[in-house]
Ligand binder design. Structure first.
Ligand SMILES: CC(C)(COP(=O)(O)O)[C@@H](O)C(=O)NCCC(=O)O
Ligand SMILES: [Mn+2]
Length: 943
C-alpha cells in the first residue's frame, strides 16, 4: 500500500493548509504539523478519518488529477502500475512504483560579479478529506471526476545570489540543500543518496562555461548552457505576466508599482545592463530581436571607477556615489550660463551639460577630487547614456514601454532616477522607464524556464503568493552565511545577527525621501553617511509560493480593477501610524503566543525571535515602504501572522478562543429564545445589531482589549447591542430589510445561497453570525460559513466551525437540520448519502475554508472550495474590520453584498466615516462611566 507521506504527487489537494510555513523548516516539522492538523480534524468528528480506505481514495484522486495534467507536465511512468486496496472501490488507488518526480529544481545565472540561483522546493499537499469535505465537495460539484485538475505542482520558488568570487560558498549552499540532486523526489533530499551520474543543471551567463568543470568536480553535475538572451526574455516575460506589480517606475526618489495588462504586454524594449548593455525588442514568448546595445555599461562604471577611486568592489563604488556631489566635476548648464537655465531648449541650470566637464578647466589632479564625487559623476554619465540610447531604440521601433534589468541597477535610486529622467526628457513624457523587482534574476529564471517540465508556464497570477520569511541566512535574497538546517539554527543566527548590530533591522536601509534628487536626479544626493550599504535600496525579493488551488473569487464584479487594500502604506503617515500601533501590540502578542505553547523556555526563545523578526520587517518598511512591493495594511497584518507561523506559533489565541466559545455557547439558548419572541422586523434589526455588537470581541484591537476588563462577554455584548442606535454611519439596513421581508406590495425575495465570511471566535460567531445564519436558513436560504484556513488573531478557522455549529445545534432545530443537510454533523449520520436524501427538504448549512490565514481577505486568491461555493451564491456577507473595512471596503460584487463592521479603531473611524468621530455611537462601559468614543458601525449593502 502506498504511504501517503511518500506520495510523490503533492499537487493536488492542499485544501487543509493552503499557506505553509517557511521553507527551511525540516521535513519532520512539516509532517508534525500536518499530523496535528489532522488530529484536530479527527477530534472534531470524533473518529479517526485517516483510515486506509480514505488514504486510498485520496491517492486515487491524486492519481486522477495527475493523469489530467497538461502535456507540459512530467509524464506518468505507468510501468508496473497496479491497483492498490479494494478493487470494488469507486476510485481505487493506482500504484505507480516507477513514477519518479523528475521535477527540475535549480537553475543558475553565473555572471561576472554575481551568481544568481533560482530553485524550486516542493511542499507537501495536505489532504484533509473526511466525510464532511467529501460530501461538501460533491454538493459543490468539485468531487471526484469533476474536480479540477491542477496543471502544476505546489511549491516554492526561491531567489538567492552570491558574489561570483565566493563561488565556493555557492557550491556549499547547493550541496547542503541537495539542489543538484534535482532528479529525485525533493521531499526525500538526502545527503546519503548517491549523486545522479547524469544530473544536469541549467545555467546561463558566462560562468556557465567558465565554471563548468568546477561544478562537475565539486558536485558531479554538468551545466547545460542556455542562451543568455533567450533566458533574459523568458524570465522577463514570466515575471511581467505572473507577478502582480512586478514593474515600477522610479521618478525623483519615488517608486510607483505598475500593473501591466497581460494582454497588452508586447511589444516592449528590454534593456539588460550587465557589464555591457543589450537592448532587446520583445514581441512575444520566445519572439525577440537584439536591436542594439552599448559597450558603455556596468563594466565601464566598475572598471573606470576602480581606476579612478581605487575602490575594491562594485558595491563599494556604488556606496561611495551615495555621498558624492557630481557638481564638483560635471559641467552643468548653469556653469555655462552664469547660473541661469537655458530655458529655450528646456534645460535647467542643474542639468549636466558635460560629464566630467569641469575637470578640463580646473587646475586639479585626480587626487584633488573626492572618490565620492567621481563615483557619482561616473554613475550618472553611464546611466544617462544608457537611458538615452534606450530611448532612441524605443523611438526607432515605436515602443512605449522600456523595462530595465540586470545587475547594474541593483535597486539603486540615483541610477533609476537618472535613467527615468533621460527617457522622460527625450520622449517628452511619451515613453516610460520601468524597473523590475526581480531585476537581477531574469536570466536565472529564464534558465529555470528552459527545463522542459518546469510547469511555470501554466501559472496564473492568482496562484502565486509572495512571502517574506526572515529567511536567514539570506535576507533580501543575498547570502550572508552558511545555510541553516532548522529553526533552532535560524534563531541562533538571528540572535547573533541582531546582537552584532543593526544589520537585520536594516539589511538594506535608506530610501531617499521624495524629491531629494530634484529634477531628473541631478541635485546632490541626500546622504545617510555610514549607514549606507552597497545594496542600499535593493528591494526585498521574497519566496514565491505556488499554490495551484487558489482562484479568483468568481463574484467580484471586476477582478481587474479590484484592489483589496483600503489603506495603502505607500502613504508615509499611514505607515507610521500602523507601525506605531503594531509595535505597541507586539509585547502582548508575544506573551499570548508564548503562553499558547505552554510558556516553555523554547517557546520564550521563539517568541523573542518572532518579535525581532517582525520588528525588523517593520523597520525595513519604515525605511522603504516599497521594499516588499506594493504593500497595504492587509499585507502587513498577514505578514505578522506569517511571521508567527515562521517561528512555529500556530495558534497564539487558542485558549482565549476556546474560553470565549464556551462562554458564548452557554448563553446562546437564551439569545435564541429572546430573538424568537420578537416580531420579524425587530428580530432582523436585532440580528444585525447583534453581529455588530459581537464583532467588538477582537483581540487585535487595543481599544477592545481594554474593554474586556469592564464586564463579562454577555454583558459587553448586550451593552454594545443596546447602544446601536440608528442611523448608523453607513446605513443600508432598510434596503436589506425590504429584500428580506418585503414591503407594501413587494414580496420577500429570499436569497438562494448566502456566503457568510465569519470573523472572530466566541461571541462574534456564536452570538452574532450564527443567529443571522439561522434566520437566513429559516427563510430558505442556503448558508455557507466561510472561515479562515489558518488561524489569525482570534479569528475562527474552518476547522473549528463545525464543532461550534454542533454545539449550537443542540439548542436549535433549524441549525441542527441544516447542519445535518450540509453534512456538518457527520457523527449524527448513518451514511452521508442517505442522510442528504433524508434532509433534502432542509436547506443546508455548510462550511468552507477561505484559503487564507490573515484577518483580512484578498478576494483574488481564495480556495477552490470557496470559489465553487460562490457559483450559486447570490448574497455575500462580509463581517468584521479586517474583511469589510481594511480590505474590500471598496469592493463591488455581481450579487448583493452586505458589509457589517464595528469600527474599532480611531483612525479608521476618521478616515472611512469621514465625520467627527465623536458623532459615533458612544458605548458606555458597564461598570464605570468611561466612555469609548471611537466606535462607529457600518452596514453597507452593495452590488
Ligand atoms: C486586526 C483587526 C483588523 C481585526 O479586526 P476584525 O476583523 O476581527 O474585526 C483589527 O483588530 C485592527 O485593525 N486592529 C488594529 C489595531 C488597533 O486598532 O489597535
Ligand atoms: Mn478578526
Amino acid at each position: 500500500m502506498a504511504d501517503l507521506t511518500e506520495d510523490p504527487n503533492p499537487v493536488l489537494d492542499i485544501d487543509g493548509l493552503l499557506i505553509n510555513q517557511e521553507h527551511n523548516k525540516t521535513q519532520e516539522e512539516d509532517n508534525n504539523n500536518s499530523n496535528s492538523q489532522l488530529k484536530n480534524k479527527s477530534a472534531v468528528f470524533g473518529k479517526d478519518r485517516e483510515d486506509n480506505s480514505s488514504k486510498n481514495q485520496n491517492q486515487a484522486e491524486r492519481d486522477m488529477a495527475s493523469i489530467h495534467r497538461s502535456g507540459s507536465r512530467p509524464q506518468l511512468d505507468l510501468s508496473k502500475a497496479a491497483i492498490g486496496g479494494n478493487f470494488e472501490e469507486k476510485d481505487p488507488t493506482i500504484l505507480l512504483p516507477n513514477q519518479s518526480d523528475d521535477l527540475s529544481h535549480l537553475a543558475l545565472d553565473i555572471g561576472g560579479s554575481l551568481i544568481k540561483l533560482v530553485y524550486f522546493s516542493r511542499h507537501e499537499g495536505q489532504s484533509i478529506d473526511d466525510k464532511r469535505t467529501k460530501t461538501l465537495k460533491e454538493r459543490l460539484g468539485i468531487a471526484n471526476g469533476t474536480r479540477r485538475s491542477y496543471p502544476i505542482l505546489g511549491g516554492r520558488l526561491h531567489f538567492v545570489k552570491f558574489e561570483t568570487t565566493k563561488i565556493n560558498e555557492c557550491l556549499d549552499f547547493i550541496r547542503s540543500k541537495q539542489l543538484h540532486r534535482g532528479g529525485m523526489d525533493s521531499r526525500h533530499w538526502n545527503a546519503e543518496a548517491p549523486a545522479n551520474e547524469n544530473a544536469v543543471i541549467k545555467a546561463t551567463g558566462g560562468g556557465a562555461f567558465k565554471f563548468a568543470d568546477l561544478f562537475k568536480e565539486r558536485l558531479g553535475v554538468s551545466l547545460d548552457k542556455e542562451d543568455e538572451m533567450d533566458c533574459l526574455v523568458a524570465g522577463a516575460n514570466f515575471l511581467l505576466k505572473a507577478i502582480r506589480h512586478e514593474a515600477f517606475t522610479h521618478i525623483e526618489g519615488r517608486k510607483e508599482f505598475v500593473q501591466i495588462d497581460h494582454n497588452d504586454l508586447f511589444p516592449y524594449l528590454l534593456v539588460n545592463i550587465g557589464s555591457g548593455v543589450s537592448m532587446i525588442k520583445v514581441d512575444g514568448d520566445g519572439k525577440f530581436q537584439r536591436v542594439s546595445g552599448t559597450n558603455v555599461g556596468g563594466g565601464t562604471y566598475w572598471g573606470l571607477g576602480r581606476l579612478l577611486t581605487k575602490c575594491k568592489s562594485f558595491d563599494e563604488l556604488l556606496e561611495l556615489s551615495q555621498r558624492g556631489d557630481n557638481r564638483t566635476i560635471d559641467m552643468l548648464v548653469g556653469d555655462i550660463y552664469g547660473g541661469m537655465d537655458y530655458s529655450k531648449i528646456g534645460l535647467s541650470a542643474s542639468t549636466i551639460a558635460s560629464s566630467f566637464g569641469k575637470a578640463i578647466s580646473d587646475n586639479k589632479e585626480l587626487e584633488d577630487y573626492s572618490p565620492e564625487d567621481i563615483s557619482l559623476s561616473l554613475l550618472r554619465m553611464i546611466s544617462y547614456n544608457i537611458g538615452q540610447i534606450a530611448y532612441l531604440n524605443a523611438l526607432r521601433f515605436g515602443l512605449k514601454r522600456i523595462f530595465f534589468g540586470g545587475f547594474f541597477i541593483r535597486g539603486h535610486a540615483y541610477t533609476m532616477d537618472t535613467i527615468s529622467f533621460a527617457i522622460h526628457f527625450w520622449s517628452k513624457g511619451d515613453a516610460q522607464a520601468m524597473f523590475l523587482r526581480h531585476e537581477g534574476f531574469l536570466g536565472a529564471l529564464g534558465a529555470f524556464m528552459s527545463y522542459e517540465k518546469h510547469g511555470l508556464d501554466d501559472l496564473m497570477v492568482h496562484q502565486l503568493v509572495e512571502r517574506f520569511p526572515m529567511g536567514a541566512p539570506y535576507t533580501g535574497g543575498k547570502i550572508h552565511g552558511p545555510p541553516l538546517g532548522d529553526l533552532n539554527e535560524k534563531i541562533s543566527w538571528m540572535e547573533k545577527f541582531v546582537l552584532k548590530g543593526t544589520e537585520i533591522t536594516a539589511p538594506v536601509p535608506m530610501a531617499p525621501p521624495p524629491g531629494t534628487t530634484g529634477l531628473g536626479g541631478f541635485e546632490v544626493p541626500s546622504s545617510k553617511g555610514g549607514t549606507l550599504r552597497s545594496d542600499a535600496s535593493a528591494l526585498n525579493v521574497g519566496v514565491l509560493h505556488l499554490v495551484p488551488t487558489l482562484e479568483v473569487f468568481p463574484l467580484l464584479s471586476d477582478p481587474k480593477t479590484y484592489e483589496p487594500n483600503t489603506i495603502d502604506l505607500a502613504d508615509h503617515n499611514e505607515l507610521e501610524y500602523w507601525f506605531t500601533v503594531l509595535s505597541g501590540h507586539l509585547p502582548d502578542l508575544v506573551d499570548k503566543a508564548v503562553a499558547s505553547e505552554g510558556g516553555t523556555d523554547d517557546a520564550k526563545r521563539r517568541g523573542d525571535a518572532f518579535a525581532r523578526a517582525f520588528s525588523a520587517h517593520l523597520s525595513r518598511l519604515i525605511e522603504d515602504p516599497a521594499a516588499y512591493g506594493k504593500f497595504g495594511l492587509a499585507n502587513l497584518l498577514e505578514l505578522r501572522e506569517e511571521c508567527l507561523r515562521e517561528f512555529q506559533f500556530h495558534d497564539a489565541y487558542r485558549s482565549i478562543k476556546q474560553r470565549e466559545n464556551e462562554a458564548s455557547l452557554a448563553v446562546l439558548a437564551d439569545l435564541f429564545a429572546e430573538l424568537d419572541s420578537m416580531s420579524e422586523e425587530t428580530r432582523l434589526l436585532s440580528l444585525i445589531e447583534g453581529v455588530l455588537a459581537a464583532n467588538i470581541f477582537d483581540w487585535g484591537s487595543r481599544a477592545c482589549v481594554d474593554l474586556y476588563h469592564k464586564g463579562t462577554i454577555i454583558e459587553i455584548y448586550r451593552m454594545s447591542r443596546n447602544k446601536m442606535q440608528r442611523p448608523w454611519h453607513v446605513d443600508d439596513f432598510d434596503l436589506f430589510k425590504e429584500r428580506m421581508l418585503g414591503s407594501g406590495d413587494k414580496k420577500p425575495q429570499p436569497h438562494k445561497r448566502a456566503l457568510l465570511f465569519v470573523d472572530n471566535s466566541g461571541a462574534d460567531i456564536v452570538l452574532g453570525m450564527l443567529p443571522l445564519a439561522r434566520e437566513l436558513l429559516r427563510r430558505g436560504t442556503e448558508v455557507v460559513l466561510v472561515a479562515n484556513s489558518l488561524p489569525a488573531l482570534n479569528d475562527v478557522t474552518a476547522m473549528e466551525v463545525p464543532v461550534i455549529v454542533a454545539e449550537a445545534a443542540k439548542h436549535c432545530d433549524i441549525l441542527r437540520r441544516a447542519a445535518e443537510a450540509g453534512s456538518l454533523l457527520v457523527d449524527a449520520m448513518i451514511n452521508p448519502s442517505d442522510s442528504s436524501k433524508e434532509n433534502s427538504s432542509s436547506v443546508p448549512l455548510m462550511v468552507v475554508e477561505n484559503g487564507c490565514g490573515s484577518p483580512c481577505i484578498d478576494l483574488r486568491q481564495v480556495s477552490s472550495e470557496l470559489a465553487a461555493a460562490a457559483k450559486d451564491a447570490d448574497l455575500i456577507i462580509l463581517e468584521g474590520m479586517g474583511r469589510a473595512l481594511h480590505t474590500n471596503f471598496n469592493a463591488r460584487f455581481k450579487c448583493d453584498a452586505l458589509k457589517l463592521a464595528m469600527v474599532k479603531n480611531q483612525r479608521l473611524a476618521e478616515k472611512l466615516i469621514e465625520g467627527n468621530i465623536y458623532d459615533s455611537p458612544l458605548i458606555d462601559s458597564v461598570n464605570t462611566q468611561i466612555r469609548f468614543q471611537l466606535f462607529g458601525v457600518i452596514v453597507m449593502l452593495v452590488r
